[in-house]
Design a protein around this ligand. Structure first.
Ligand code: N01
Length: 543
C-alpha cells in the first residue's frame, strides 16, 4: 500500500500528527505495536502511575473542543485517566480508522530512485510512503535488565514499563522492588499497602518532591479554562513547557532565611519545577544547587524516622535536578512502615537473582515477586530498534554510533523525508511533552505545506546545519550541571551507550523561537528538491 505519510506510534504525538496531516489532505496511516492508543500510558500500568505535570497542563491545547469537553478529576492524573483521555481524543477526532494496531515496524528504508520510504512490519506487510514520521516516544523501550539470573526466579516477575493489563495483586506476598527512579517512587507506597513484606533495592537515591495531589472541582477547572489562552502562550515560550517562575536572582543574592522560606513555599506547591526555578543559578552552579539539594535532604530526614534509613535515602552523588526529580505521594513515609525494608546495593551489591529471590553480597533474601523498576533505553532506543536506512542504505544506528546527530531534533541528514517528533536534540523530556509534541507536529505540517507551495517533495537536513546543531546542543548542556549525573538524559544508565546529553536544555521557548526563525528564513539549514534530489544547503542556523 502506498501512503503520503506513515507515522509510527499512536501515543499523543502520533494522534496529533495524524489529525493534522488529514487536515493537509495527506493519505496518512499510523502503525502501532500495541493493541490500543496511548503509547507510554498504554504500557506503564504499574500501581501508582501518574503524570508529574499537572493534568490541566498535560493535555492538548490545539482544540478548544477537546479542552472544554474533557474534565480532569485530579491535579495529577492517574495512568488510567490519561489513557481514557487518549482514547477520548482518538474517538473525538475519529482517528482509529487510520490506525493499524498490533503492527510493529521492523524496518524502514529510503528508496532513492522512487523517493519513498518502504516500511516492513512484523505482520509481513510492506507499506510505502513519501514521508516517514517517528512518533515512538522518548521512554518506550525498557532497558535490558543488567542483573544476572533473572530467568532463574521461580516467583512472579514484573517490569513497571510492561505491566499486565489485568493488574497485579500483591496481597500477602513478599515483594522486592529493584530501582528507585520515578516508576519505583510512585509504585512503592501502593505495593507496600498490599504486600506482606516489601524490600526496596536502591542503588542511587532519587530526589523526590511531594505531589500534594488532590481532586479538581468544577470551579478550579473553570478558573484554569478562563486563563488558558494566556497560560498556554506562556507555556509555549517557557523553559520547561509550563509557565516559568520569575528567576531574577541567584541563590546567594538572598539571605539564608529568605532562601529557606522560598524553598519551603516551592515545596508546598507540589510541583517539580518550583524548587529548581527559585534561583537562576541552581542548574549551573554547584554551590547554589547544593542549597536546594540540602533543603530536600533535610525534608527527608524530617519524614523518615530511622536516621540510618533516612541518610540512605538522601541523594548525595549528583546535583538536584540533573536526574529527573520524582514527584510522590507518601514515598518517604512508606519507609516508616515496619514491613518495608531498604537495601543499599552500593554497600551490598546485587550479585544475582536466584530461584528463590535476590542474592546480595551479604545474604540471599526470598521473595514471591520481583518488580523491576530499572528504567528505559531513553530517547534513542525506540528509534534505532527499527532498522532505519537512508541514502545509500546508510543505517541510522551506524550514523548514531557515537550519539544521536540531528538538526533541531526533527530531522537527520542523509535521511530525506524523515521527521522525528520530540527526537534527541529537542527539549522533549525536559518539557511538558504535550507542548513539545504540538510544537513539532505544527512545525512539520508548516514545512510540508511550504514544500507543497514551492513544488518540492523532498526535504533533508544539511550536514553543516546538523553539525552546528549537535555542537550547540552539547555546548548548552556542558554549561550546566547536567553532565555530572549518570542519568538516562546522558545515556549513562545503559551499559555501552555513548555518554552525552540527549535532549536540548536551552529551553522550550528559546528552542521554539529558533524553529520559528529557521522556518521564517525559508527553512534555513535544510535542502529541498524533487524526486529525491535536493539542491544546495541553505546556510546553517546559528545556535
Ligand atoms: O527509570 P529510572 P524509571 N541494579 O531510569 C535502578 C519517566 N517517568 O522508570 O540510578 C540496581 O529513572 C536505577 O539506579 P541507578 C520520568 O521521566 C515519569 O523510574 O542507575 N538498580 C534507578 O534507581 C523518569 O525519569 C513518571 O543507580 C538498578 C532505577 O533503577 C523516567 O520515566 C513516572 C539497576 C531506574 O530509574 C524513567 O523512570 C515514571 C541494577 N542493575 C517514569 N538498573 C511520571 O510522570 C537500574 N537500576 C511521574
Amino acid at each position: 500500500m502506498r501512503y503520503d505519510t506513515l507515522i509510527v506510534g499512536a501515543g499523543f504525538a502520533g494522534l496529533y500528527m495524524l489529525h493534522r496531516l488529514r487536515g493537509l489532505g495527506h493519505r496518512a496511516r499510523v502503525l502501532e505495536a500495541a493493541a490500543g492508543v496511548g503509547g507510554t500510558w498504554y504500557h506503564n500500568r504499574y500501581p501508582g502511575a501518574r503524570c508529574d505535570v499537572q493534568s490541566m497542563d498535560y493535555s492538548f491545547s490545539f482544540s478548544e473542543e477537546l479542552q472544554n469537553e474533557w474534565d480532569w478529576s485530579e491535579k495529577y492524573a492517574t495512568q488510567p485517566e490519561i489513557l481514557r483521555y487518549a482514547n477520548f481524543v482518538a474517538d473525538r477526532l475519529d482517528l482509529r480508522r487510520d490506525i493499524q494496531f498490533e503492527t510493529r515496524v521492523e524496518s524502514a528504508r529510503y528508496d532513492e530512485g522512487e523517493n519513498l520510504w518502504r516500511i516492513e512490519t512484523d505482520t509481513g506487510e510492506v507499506l510505502e510512503a513519501r514521508y516517514y514520521v517517528i512518533a515512538t516516544g522518548c521512554l518506550s523501550v525498557p532497558k535490558a535488565i543488567d542483573i544476572e539470573g533473572t530467568d532463574d526466579f521461580q516467583g512472579q516477575s514484573y517490569h513497571t514499563a510492561d505491566w499486565p493489563r489485568e493488574g497485579v495483586d500483591f496481597s500477602g506476598l513478599r515483594v522486592a522492588v529493584i530501582g528507585t527512579g520515578s516508576s519505583a517512587v510512585q509504585s512503592i507506597p501502593i505495593i507496600a499497602g498490599q504486600a506482606r513484606e516489601l524490600t526496596v533495592f536502591q542503588r542511587t537515591p532519587a530526589y523526590s518532591l511531594p505531589a500534594f495531589n488532590r481532586p479538581l472541582d468544577e470551579a478550579e477547572r473553570a478558573a484554569w479554562r478562563a486563563e488558558y489562552p494566556e497560560h498556554r502562550h506562556r507555556s509555549r515560550y517557557s523553559l520547561f513547557g509550563v509557565p516559568d517562575y520569575p528567576m531574577d536572582k541567584g541563590a546567594f543574592d538572598v539571605s539564608d532565611e529568605e532562601r529557606a522560606a522560598a524553598y519551603e513555599a516551592a515545596w508546598q506547591t507540589g510541583t517539580l519545577i518550583a524548587i529548581l526555578q527559585q534561583y537562576n543559578d541552581l542548574l549551573v552552579d554547584e554551590k547554589a544547587n547544593e542549597t536546594a539539594a540540602e533543603f530536600v535532604r533535610n525534608k527527608i530526614r524530617g519524614i523518615v524516622e530511622d536516621p540510618e534509613v533516612a541518610e540512605t535515602l538522601c541523594p548525595k552523588s549528583f546535583p538536584i535536578g540533573t536526574k529527573r526529580a520524582c514527584l510522590d505521594t507518601n514515598y518517604y513515609q512508606t519507609f516508616n512502615l515496619p514491613h518495608v525494608h531498604l537495601v543499599d546495593v552500593r554497600k551490598t551489591p546485587i550479585e544475582r537473582v536466584t530461584a528463590r529471590g535476590v542474592k546480595t553480597a551479604d545474604q540471599e533474601r526470598e521473595f514471591d515477586a520481583i518488580v523491576y523498576a530499572t528504567g528505559f533505553d531513553a530517547m534513542t532506543g525506540a528509534i534505532v530498534n527499527v532498522d532505519v536506512r537512508g541514502r545509500g542504505g546508510r543505517e541510522l544506528k551506524d550514523k548514531w554510533a557515537d550519539g544521536p546527530r540531528t538538526y533541531l531534533g526533527l530531522t537527520v541528514s542523509d535521511f530525506p523525508n524523515l521527521f522525528m517528533i520530540t527526537g534527541p536534540g529537542s527539549p522533549s523530556v525536559m518539557s511538558n511533552m504535550i507542548i513539545s509534541i504540538e510544537q513539532h507536529v505544527d512545525w512539520i505540517c508548516d514545512c510540508l505545506s511550504w514544500m507543497a507551495a514551492h513544488g518540492y517533495d523532498t526535504v533533508e537536513a544539511g550536514s553543516d546545519a546538523e553539525q552546528g546543531w549537535v555542537e550547540h546542543v552539547n555546548e548548552v548542556a556542558n554549561a550546566t550541571l547536567f553532565p555530572q549525573a549518570n542519568s538516562w538524559y546522558m545515556g549513562a544508565n545503559v551499559p555501552g551507550k555513548p555518554r552525552l546529553f540527549l535532549p536540548y536544555i536551552g529551553g522550550v521557548g528559546p528552542y521554539r523561537v529558533k524553529c520559528e526563525e529557521v522556518a521564517a528564513a525559508d527553512y534555513e539549514g535544510f535542502r529541498f528538491g524533487q524526486g529525491g534530489k535536493v539542491g544546495a544547503t541553505r546556510p546553517a542556523a546559528a545556535g
